[in-house]
Design a binder for this molecule. Structure first.
Ligand code: PLP
Length: 395
């Protein structure tokens, strides 16, 4: 795959697309088609046999989707990328492509609720087992790897507690064992963190979030080495079929152009809101990797260019206090998802992580007063004022 530009800010706009090849259209065209016509039966035969390049059917490939995949591969410094109809379609395609019955997956202690659900489903149906590890030391990771472990699955920052895992450390142990490391890079976007550069093998995005940035698409991305991408494309992507629609790929290409500008603003606003929250007497704990008192601060500086736009915090009080606080907010919207222009707040224990049993939630640090905020692009003072008035009402 040709890489034309070195700088991220240029890649998000130009990589994978040359207007000369598309009737000089400045914006990439939307190929809103399910299938492609062959000039004759023999051409169809050659394309199916892989003897001639060209499109066949949009579940197997589509020109608009290809531009997105090429651009995402370039942004993650991968050899290839695949686009999916949701982040979960991406997670399931990756995990099902790498495992078979009786295998074992080692996971970070804390994953997105539906990823947790998928891991349980794979265990129930196929005896593909999993264990969670805090992954705080090399020894702990080594001790958690079993003979039947076929991959390591990591979220960092972990949803929703913002705990970080040292990706270089995980990747070096996985190399010793000859198994791949998969990283859910949703919370950082490739602008803030590039796990492939740190030795990991596959990255996954819920592209619904920062990649899209506008709250109007559900999509997923996978990127990594060409052989792994080819394997996933020809197995779980093709045959389970969770592909992205061309229109959603087109919207992601549009959203991507402003990713660095948006991320800078998300990070800037989050830093100010986190500093404000830290000073509030009604706030019990703050979980923000950019906080110098955060135990993962050094890891953040090592592997992320900035701490990101997500903050979690606990309120003093009970679940009712947390819910009353949410209900008092006016500008900030109560919604799951993240990475949008709008500031969003959610209550993980009853929303994104409600499927996780209470005992596991506790291990993940998801208490009843924990709230997660995706800091948006509004004037930060307006976000602060909204939080302040709601805090005043519940204290
Ligand atoms: N991974 C993370 C970290 C997420 O937060 C989410 C969704 O919130 C997903 C994966 C799943 O993505 P999607 O909702 O696009 O299927």
């Amino acid at each position: 795959m040709a890489k034309n530009y070195d700088r991220f800010e240029t890649k998000v706009i130009h990589e994978g697309y040359n207007s000369v090849d598309y009737q000089d259209s400045l914006a990439p065209p939307l190929y809103q088609t399910s299938t492609f016509t062959f000039k004759d039966a023999q051409q169809g035969e050659r394309r199916f046999a892989g003897e001639e390049a060209g499109y066949i059917y949009s579940r197997l490939g589509n020109p608009t989707v290809s531009i997105l995949e090429e651009r995402m591969a370039a942004l993650e410094n991968g050899e290839g990328a695949l686009a999916f109809g949701s982040g979960m379609a991406a997670v399931s395609a990756v995990l099902l492509s790498l495992t078979k019955a009786n295998d074992h997956i080692l996971c970070s202690q804390g994953v997105y609720g539906c990823t947790f659900g998928l891991l349980n489903l794979m265990e129930e149906k196929y005896n593909i087992t999993h264990d969670f590890s805090a992954m705080e030391s090399a020894e702990e990771i080594r001790n958690s790897i079993k003979p039947e472990t076929v991959c390591i699955y990591v979220e960092t920052p972990i949803n929703p507690t913002m705990k970080l895992i040292d990706l270089e450390m995980v990747a070096s142990i996985a190399k010793e064992k000859g198994i791949p490391v998969i990283v859910d890079n949703t919370f950082s976007s490739p602008y803030l963190q590039k796990p492939l550069d740190l030795g990991c093998d596959i990255i996954i995005h819920s592209a619904t979030k920062y990649i899209c940035g506008h709250g109007d698409v559900i999509a997923g991305i996978v990127a990594g080495k060409k052989d792994l991408m080819d394997h996933i494309r020809m197995t779980t992507q093709k045959d389970i079929g969770g592909v992205i629609s061309p229109f959603d790929a087109w919207l992601l290409l549009r959203g991507l152009k402003t990713l660095p500008v948006r991320m800078d603003r998300h990070c800037e606003n989050a830093e100010k809101i986190a500093a404000f929250l830290k000073e509030q007497p009604g706030v019990d704990k703050l979980y923000y990797p950019g906080d110098p008192d955060n135990p993962n601060y050094e890891t953040m500086k090592k592997q992320m260019s900035k701490p990101g736009g997500l903050i979690a915090f606990t309120l003093k009080g009970t679940k009712e206090t947390a819910q009353r606080f949410m209900n008092e907010l006016k500008l900030i919207k109560i919604a799951v998802s993240l990475g949008d222009a709008e500031t969003l707040i959610q209550h993980p224990a009853t929303m994104t992580h409600a499927v996780v049993p209470e005992a596991s939630r506790e291990k993940m640090g998801i208490t009843d007063t924990l709230l997660r905020v995706s800091v948006g692009l509004e004037a930060w003072e307006d976000i602060r004022d909204d939080i302040m008035q709601a805090l005043n009402k519940v204290q």
